[in-house]
Design a protein around this ligand. Structure first.
Ligand code: ATP
Ligand code: MG
Ligand code: MG
Length: 548
């Protein structure tokens, strides 16, 4: 206890311990929200008494990389969290090794040569013996009782690289008769001739997650080791090891992992999507990673508000994705300037306009004090192809031959379609242009139901607009998840146009394209791959369930 106080100075410590084997996702955001804030709030710990360590749990060099190490750090910081210290489990490799030697000396660990198959056979026996203790067979490894000296020598040989991969492991002498499989002589060390992204090539034996995690929690004097519920059954082995070493014991708490409908929150599965090229990479706007959500248009504020909103519990539930999109929509509604865009533009020529009209539109309709922009209505404009039909019908509010509709910000000047120009010599192809005129109506005249958004032709900005839908076709992707991918999760509109208020805006700048939803400028904007066009991602539609 004295040690503990000396280390923490009486402050309360938690840790956020991701493995750098992929990118962080929204589930990790929940864990961060808890470890950097929620847990302290619950415990009533004052702001200046809180300490959260950001720890790379990096014990598995085959899966880890510098790319992941860098991205994790960026995401923690982007979400607004400041760790008291950033540590690496691998910085403790020597200490962990020394502890292993101590365990061997005390008869609590042994070098084992069982293969994977041997071990699983023994585990089957252990399982059968729980059901019926008279089941024949020995669940113990034949190397369990070998002399200490031999264990010490062999473990030294493992360390020195004298044994091949899989030729030996170090196992903890726990309890093969326990009803908890985590107590069945866990593996503490394995041989891997793989250099480590942080520790370099100093080691050819690596400690396992189970062996490392509790010891480093102890070394760092964590008060509350908070993890997801699937670790509950590992509590017993966690404390077994700390007791065996007689070192400081943190308090362990479990909470339910975050699941969200229509996506998967598993780095392994996300990695597969990236590796197979099914998405544009780890930051593809359809993925649930922090970088993806950011590219999609979510702010750190929106993600943290979501995490706080859903709270923490021990009940495994699946959160509806609408609870996440709600926060994007709510926050963007206050911050995203309005602009007009046409996904598939058709040219409209207005034949009776004597001069260009200067119209004014507010940047944020609920906050007129934030200013307005000028929109010029000239004789050529674009409207969206879905806003014109050759065959009118009662429930259709768009433009049709001979019909009058409103134009956004044009007030009492309505648009009438006088003529349809089509491609092809005989005029039977697709609609190429609409010849229209403006018709003034009286203030008290009955107005049409439809008011179209439009983009001035002269200043139109060519854009690629990417519309996003759920990544999966089912709310709860299961073992068949690879067959449940939504092939229309990304719909690219390569020939869109946007009004010129978007010009010069950097990646991440938010907009509401009227009637279409909330969008942000994508980092691909201006790149060669898109012919220098601006690129926009749809963050969210204006209402749940709306949109293509
Ligand atoms: P994954 O299964 O995606 O690989 P993990 O649990 O292996 O996740 P780590 O990077 O090892 O991921 O976890 C870092 C921390 O984040 C752990 O404390 C873990 O419990 C927590 N965490 C991971 N996924 C979720 C989730 N979906 N909901 C809440 N917390 C999570
Ligand atoms: Mg993990
Ligand atoms: Mg994992």
């Amino acid at each position: 206890m004295k040690d503990h106080l000396a280390k923490t100075g009486g402050k309360v410590r938690t840790r956020f311990p991701p493995e750098p084997n992929g990118y962080l996702h929204i589930g990790h955001a929940k864990s961060m929200n808890m470890n950097f804030k929620g847990a302290f709030d619950k415990l009533g710990v004052a702001e200046d008494m809180r300490q959260t360590i950001f720890r790379y749990d990096d014990t598995n060099p085959e899966a880890e990389s510098q790319e992941y190490i860098d991205s994790l750090r960026e995401d923690v910081s982007w979400l607004g969290w400041t760790p008291v210290e950033t540590t690496f489990s691998s910085d403790n490799f020597q200490q962990l090794y020394d502890y292993a030697v101590q365990l061997i000396k005390e008869g609590k660990a042994y070098v084992c040569h069982q293969t994977k198959d041997d071990i699983s056979r023994c585990r089957d026996i252990a399982k059968a013996k729980i059901a019926d203790p008279n089941t024949p067979g020995d669940p113990n490894s034949p190397w369990r009782e070998r002399p200490r000296e031999e264990n010490l020598r062999l473990f030294g040989d493992m360390r020195k690289g004298k044994l091949e991969e899989n030729a030996a492991t170090l196992r903890l002498k726990m309890d093969m008769t326990s009803s908890n499989p985590n107590m069945w002589d866990q593996i503490a060390y394995r041989i891997r001739y793989t250099p480590h992204p942080h520790a370099g090539d100093n080691w050819c034996i690596y400690p396992t997650y189970d062996y490392t995690h509790c010891i480093v929690d102890s070394i760092e004097h964590i008060d509350y080791s908070i993890c997801t519920l699937e670790f509950e059954s590992r509590r017993e082995s966690y404390y077994w090891l700390l007791e065996a070493l007689n070192i400081y014991r943190p308090k362990v708490y479990e909470f339910a992992r975050l699941n969200i409908t229509y996506t998967v929150l598993s780095k392994r599965r996300l990695l597969k999507l990236v590796k197979q090229g099914l998405v544009r990479g780890w930051d593809d706007p359809r993925m649930p990673t922090i970088k993806s959500l950011r590219r999609r248009g979510y702010t750190a504020e929106a993600l943290n508000a979501f995490c706080t909103d859903i709270g923490v519990s021990r009940n495994e539930t699946i959160i509806e994705v609408e609870r996440l999109t709600y926060w994007a929509r709510t926050l963007m509604n206050d911050t995203a300037p309005r602009a007009m865009a046409c996904l598939e533009p058709i040219l409209v020529t207005i034949t009776n306009l004597p001069e260009v009209l200067k119209l004014s539109a507010p940047l944020l309709p609920m906050a007129p004090e934030k200013g307005s922009r000028e929109i010029l209505l000239g004789s050529s404009i674009y409207i969206d192809s879905t806003d014109f039909r050759e065959q009118d019908s009662k429930d259709y509010f768009g433009l049709a031959p001979g019909k009058l509709v409103g134009l956004k910000y044009a007030g009492l000047r309505l648009l009438r379609c006088d003529k349809v120009v089509k491609t092809g010599e005989d005029g039977t192809g697709t609609v190429k242009e609409l010849i229209c005129s403006l018709v003034d109506i009286a203030e008290d005249a009955k107005r049409p139901k439809g008011t179209l958004s439009w983009v001035p032709f002269d200043s139109a900005v060519k854009a690629e607009i990417r519309l996003y839908n759920h990544l999966f076709t089912v709310p709860e992707p299961d073992a068949n998840w690879e067959q449940q991918l939504n092939l229309e999760s990304e719909v690219v509109m390569p020939n869109a146009v946007v009004d010129s208020s978007v010009l010069g805006c950097a990646a991440g700048s938010p907009f509401q394209f009227e009637r279409l939803g909330f969008f942000v400028v994508d980092r691909d904007s201006g790149s060669e791959a898109v012919g220098g066009k601006m690129v926009f991602n749809r963050t969210v539609t204006l209402r749940d369930g709306a949109g293509k």
